[in-house]
Design a binder for this molecule. Structure first.
Ligand code: HEM
Length: 121
């Protein structure tokens, strides 16, 4: 079965969203990227991110990933260190929820596979 199913599917994503959201918005390395983005879209982002990292959205098109983050790269200098910070928050969130380390590693690897699209290169 997919990582998405093994971690617990949609309910697990929903449980993780609030915690992840809190961590991302409290992280001085990355919180500024979410300034001015409305709460609903921010929550949507955290959900999309987690669904993706859980392997629940296997065909996310690179083109729209690029489009979604182009402004952040061009105007706000989104780069590897910020991407790393998000991955770190993902790991901390899943750890706090009791997800096993090997599954956290799988989730990080899936998120990792989008790095070049998110960073528009
Ligand atoms: C926008 C997914 C990484 C910050 C989006 C959107 C998606 C998405 C689907 C469009 C959402 C919408 O418009 O409602 C992902 C995925 C990622 C990733 C799957 C990696 C696996 C990141 C990182 C950051 C970030 C590393 C910043 C540290 C944002 C922000 C927006 C956005 C601030 C809103 C942009 C705007 O409204 O102008 N992301 N993202 N994302 N993403 Fe990501």
């Amino acid at each position: 079965s997919s990582l998405f199913e093994r971690i617990g599917g949609k309910p697990a994503v929903e449980a993780a969203v609030d915690l992840f959201y809190e961590k991302v918005l409290a992280d001085n390395r990355i919180k500024h990227f979410f300034e001015g983005v409305d709460m609903k879209r921010q929550a949507n982002h955290q959900k999309m991110f987690l669904t993706y990292a859980f392997g629940g959205a296997p065909n996310y098109p690179g083109k729209s990933m690029r489009q979604a983050h182009q402004r952040l790269v061009d105007d706000l200098g989104l780069t590897d260190e910020h991407f790393d910070a998000v991955i770190e928050n993902l790991g901390a969130t899943l750890k706090e929820l009791g997800v096993a380390d090997d599954r956290i590693g799988e989730a990080a690897a899936i998120a990792e596979s989008t790095r070049n699209d998110v960073l528009c290169r």
